[in-house]
Design a protein around this ligand. Structure first.
Ligand SMILES: Cc1ncc(C[n+]2csc(CCOP(=O)(O)OP(=O)(O)O)c2C)c(N)n1
Length: 630
């Protein structure tokens, strides 16, 4: 057995010294490690297996941190992490206090920009490059972007800007024909058509580089040739979007051939023009289960190596509850259409897609477009349901305001992964949606606490003539309670438990499971508290709410979103104003970025675990008791 090469790599300089056979061995070891660690911790498997050779070739030609790599989304950066001194810690990836599953500047000088959301890499890379040049630094900057992320509007905006800039930005387009699911849209078909002309591209680039080395005459000749080439290529290969935007274009290349990649990267490194290097890779390469179903292994929980099976949980998730409720509504109303921005599986829309293909739209990684498209569908008489993770909906705040709310268009926004989001870290937390959308005039926000509330509230949402957000966490639905089946009354919540306690816990639906656990702990200790689930974050029937809380001595308000701008903060003001004798306390996320961990770890670090809720109830009770005995 050969000695491990991977274990001996402490920096990219070590990668540069390897011979051909050693590189092959290294690629095998990296794949093995990725499969082993993702099998244990969960993570992004398919995308990482696809870029092993690409990353090795990049590190053999470029030298980070003098040169900079910007990984789009960053979910494919595992090989980069292992080659840049993080092999020893790799098994901690995505765990609390461990390595992040995404690039992080604070983690390593080799990570030049934090990513997590798609389509940012070209903008960030162009910014880094411009900063380098303006400060006399000749380091190279490489953006690596997938064909999925290229469908995002930001990527197009950045190409348009950087193509004009004439600085040597290098964009590696990692084309595996997949987003999470097969990539959609005209752009993806367009990339397939670009597969002609690779040898021509390489020959031309070498010729141009050699010409430019000739003193005096070289540059003018190369410029004439370059112009002629564009006209010639226009005839031969029709147009090329990247060339039209001002980039040189090379490719497509075999993204698993390190030698070929290296040669081209060396050529490209010497260019001082923006260039797109089109690389074709196989998503999931080297693990048969991931190769045959890359989508299933895109982002995956712990799985069994030998048969690729994932542990299955019996309990119904909020995503499944949404999926079922939407199907039931869609069967009753053919005006309902569903939209996703490249997250058909994650948002639970696969059954809808199969049952109603003509009423289903995957718009690609294009949240802004998804919302305005829904606005158009709504103005045209349909009932759009846009299912987007809370964190990605941040992209579309203006579209909600300008293209939906302002025109009072009916539209349902299903915000999956609201609240504390496990494993992915700061970039993926769903903590901001309430504070972002509560101030928007005319919209409603509802938070189901269970599967039956999901069904009732989604049904209510689809009967409104304005925009409604339905927000719910990545979690199992808690046990049903009779209160959750009570009919929806606008602006009013329901008492989950009411036993005449002097303390009430008020909560948003997404954190009811933790409130329930806290209530049980309090009941077991002989000092129960009542609990009230808001259902509505907006609107709030203020009179009804004040009536509901004013019998209590103390009220603890718990919210799975930011304190600032949240509903709990607002209700606390309301109580202080209208029922000043009631002592209140708000438990919500503080203005911090919350790092990765399991859901319960994140809630614990935010002071929102069941034990924290119990402590807060007790603290408030004691304060209240001392006030009343004084
Ligand atoms: C704004 C935004 N929307 C959605 C996602 C979820 N997401 C993560 S990776 C991915 C697919 C990326 O596809 P591609 O860029 O082709 O990379 P690949 O995984 O195929 O290597 C999506 C949709 C995201 N990270 N950011």
């Amino acid at each position: 057995m050969n000695r491990s090469i991977l274990a001996g790599i402490s920096s990219p300089e070590d990668v540069k010294k390897l011979t051909g056979p050693q590189i092959e061995q290294l690629a095998g070891e990296i794949r093995k490690k990725i499969i082993e660690v993702v099998g244990t911790n969960g993570g992004h498997l398919s995308s990482n297996l696809g870029v092993v050779e690409l990353t090795i070739a990049m590190h053999r030609v470029f030298s980070t941190p003098k040169d900079s790599f910007v990984w789009d989304v960053g979910h494919q950066s595992y090989t980069h992490k292992m080659l840049t001194g993080r092999y020893e810690r790799f098994s901690t990836i995505r765990k609390k206090d461990g390595l992040s599953g995404f690039p992080k500047r604070e983690e390593s000088p080799h990570d030049s920009f934090d990513t997590g959301h798609a389509s940012t890499s070209i903008s960030a890379a162009y910014g880094l490059l411009t900063a380098k040049r303006l400060q006399g630094d000749d380091g190279k900057v490489v953006a690596v972007i997938g064909d999925g992320a290229l469908t995002g509007g930001m990527a197009m905006e950045a190409l348009s800007h950087a193509g004009q800039g004439n600085r040597g930005l290098i964009v590696i387009l990692n084309d595996n024909k997949m987003s999470i699911s097969p990539n959609t849209g005209a752009l993806s078909e367009y990339l397939s058509r670009l597969s002609m002309g690779a040898p021509y591209q390489r020959m031309k680039m070498r010729l141009e580089r050699n010409l430019r080395r000739i003193p005096l005459l070289g540059n003018p000749i190369a410029n004439v040739l370059s112009r002629a080439k564009r006209a010639f290529k226009g005839l031969l290969f029709k147009d090329n979007l990247f060339v039209d935007l001002g980039f040189e274009y090379v490719g497509p290349l075999n993204g698993h051939n390190v030698e070929e990649l290296e040669k081209v990267f060396r050529d490209v490194r010497a260019l001082d023009q923006p260039v797109v290097v089109h690389v074709q890779t196989r998503k999931g390469k080297g693990y048969s289960f991931a190769e045959s179903d890359p989508s299933a292994f895109h982002a995956i929980g712990p799985f069994c190596y030998s048969d690729g099976t994932v542990e299955h949980f019996d309990s119904l998730s909020f995503t499944e509850a949404f999926s079922n409720s939407l199907l039931a509504e869609a069967a009753r109303d053919e005006k309902i259409v569903a939209i996703t921005a490249a997250m058909v599986k994650g948002t639970g829309l696969v059954p809808f897609q199969h049952r109603y293909p003509e009423r289903f739209f995957d718009v690609g990684i294009a949240e802004e477009h998804a919302v305005t498209f829904a606005g158009g569908l709504s103005a045209g008489g349909l009932k759009p349901v846009v299912a987007i993770y809370s964190t990605f909906m941040q992209r579309a705040v203006d579209q909600v305001i300008h293209d939906v709310a302002l025109q009072n268009l009916r539209c349902v926004f299903a915000l999956d992964r609201s609240g504390a989001v496990p494993d992915d870290g700061e970039t993926h937390q769903g903590l901001y949606d309430i504070a972002l959308f509560r101030p928007v005039p005319g919209v409603s926000i509802v938070c189901p606490a269970s599967a039956s509330e999901m069904s009732l509230l989604l049904s209510w949402s689809l009967r409104q003539d304005h925009a409604v957000f339905v927000r719910y966490p990545k979690a199992a639905c808690p046990t049903e309670l009779p209160a959750f089946s009570l009919p929806v009354e606008v602006g009013r919540g329901v008492f989950a438990h009411r036993d005449g306690s002097d303390t009430l816990i008020v909560c948003t639906g997404g954190i009811f499971a933790e409130v329930l656990e806290a209530s049980n702990m309090l009941a077991r200790s002989g000092s129960p508290a009542d609990s009230y689930v808001l259902r509505f974050v907006k609107p709030i029937d203020e009179d009804y709410f004040i009536d509901a809380v004013s019998d209590y001595r103390s009220v603890v308000l718990v919210e799975d979103g930011m304190r600032s701008g949240g509903v709990a903060e607002y209700l606390e003001f309301l109580i202080r104003d209208r029922s000043p004798d009631v002592r209140t306390s708000v438990m919500a996320f503080e203005p911090l970025f919350y790092p990765q961990g399991k859901r319960n770890e994140i809630l614990r670090s935010a002071g929102l675990s069941p034990a924290h809720i119990v402590d807060e109830v007790r603290r408030l009770r004691e304060l209240t008791a001392s006030r009343f005995t004084r």
